[in-house]
Design a protein around this ligand. Structure first.
Ligand code: PLP
Length: 375
């Protein structure tokens, strides 16, 4: 039995998503920018899909833009800063590389950068408040951390930012990378009051190569690559309509009965945590984190322990492993939350999906017990 516990890295395309992909690719193959009938049909389908997704997100469809993935959505926002006079950007130490990798680039263009600690996994609103200055233009703090599952206090961070805006009379763009939040925790864009957010299809059983960008005020957003003017001039390039339809179908599956599914995942997570704790592993995920992510430290280097699990058919990841190219990314995030280096080096992540079964969890626990803790 293959036991796939690496759903925070990517998920398997669901059957419904695959069907929606195939059906849309067959029936709406024309370019949505073409003005002939099939083109107009594709355009109508595109706007229908946008409206359905926007409604699931609780936002107006004019705020939703399709991209090739979260990395591109994030790049669109951070690269747009290059059009403005340099100021200060504040991000957390636990951001994904898709965000963090922009800091050296912005520094090169004269931007001041500040990193917020995340002691115990969480960004402290007081620390953000201390960093806010009149020249602060953007704050980025993710909704759910991809390594530990920590749910960040975004609402409170935004509240403090808005209070500061009132005093300084300057606008600050609050961005929240929400890849690991969508469908997986209660998440409401309007009540968070953020200015921008990124989402990814392949983390919720949709296809790769499709993502979304939320913009509260699209009219004030100037992208670096408007190209052919698609997506109301905010993102050039022919829209990936089959992938958009598949993303909608996948999101519907996550949102349908989301709270019960999350509760089910929470119970499974608790069982796994109990087993790990009983074996003497140190749990790194904070309490009340995402029900879908478990981070723990074994006495062995993470590559060794994940290899031992893999040999028994359990597929987990060491550190973050959204990409093995960004080596040490997970470790950097764990260090950023104050975990000791030897513990961070030995970190393993198990991540669940909405389709993970109790039988799979039973088998996982059995294999963890069999494998031992390496002592
Ligand atoms: N942000 C977070 C928190 C992630 O987990 C990932 C996953 O790799 C990304 C951004 C990048 O997403 P994508 O693969 O859609 O570019």
């Amino acid at each position: 039995m293959d036991l796939y516990f690496d759903n925070a890295a990517t998920t398997k395309l669901s059957d419904k998503a695959l069907e929606a992909y195939a059906e849309t690719a067959r029936s709406f193959f024309a370019n949505p920018s073409s003005v002939h009938r099939p083109g107009l049909d594709a355009k109508r389908k595109l706007e229908e899909e946008r409206a359905r997704i926007a409604s699931m997100l609780g936002i107006g469809q004019e705020h939703l833009f399709f991209t090739s993935g979260a990395t591109e959505s994030i790049a669109a926002v951070l690269s747009s800063l290059l059009f403005t006079t340099p100021g200060k950007i504040i991000i957390s130490r636990i951001e994904h590389e898709a965000v963090a990798s922009w800091l050296p680039i912005l520094r090169q263009y004269g931007w001041e950068t500040a990193l917020l600690k995340a002691k115990g996994g969480f960004v402290d609103p007081e620390e953000l408040e201390k960093e806010l200055t009149p020249d602060t233009k953007l704050v980025a703090v993710m909704a759910v951390n991809n390594v530990t599952g920590a749910i960040e206090p975004v609402k409170e961070l935004v509240r403090r930012t808005r209070e500061y805006e009132k005093l300084s009379k300057r606008r600050i763009f609050f961005f929240s990378d929400s890849v690991q939040a969508l469908g997986k925790i209660p998440y409401d864009i309007s009540s968070l009051d953020i200015d921008g957010a990124s989402f990814s299809g392949h983390k919720i059983n949709g296809p790769r190569g499709i993502g979304m960008l939320y913009l509260k005020n699209p009219s004030s957003f100037r992208p670096l690559a408007p190209a052919g003017g698609q997506e109301k001039g905010k993102r050039g390039g022919t829209e990936n309509l089959p992938a958009i339809a598949a993303l909608r179908a996948a999101l519907e599956e996550w949102m349908d009965g989301r709270d019960e599914k999350n509760l089910r995942a929470k119970r499974m997570k608790e069982r796994i945590l109990q087993a790990l704790d009983g074996m003497g592993f140190e749990i790194l995920s904070p309490e009340n984190s995402s029900p879908y992510i478990i981070s723990f430290s074994s006495p062995l280097p993470s590559e060794v322990y994940t290899r031992m699990l893999s040999d028994k058919g359990v597929y987990a990841s060491s550190g973050s492993a959204c990409s093995n190219n960004a080596k040490g990314e997970g470790e950097k995030i764990l260090l950023g939350m104050g975990i000791r280096p030897e513990k961070a080096r030995n970190a393993v992540r198990l991540s669940l999906s909405n389709s993970t079964t109790d039988e799979e969890v039973d088998a996982l626990i059995r294999i963890i017990m069999e494998t031992g803790n390496g002592r």
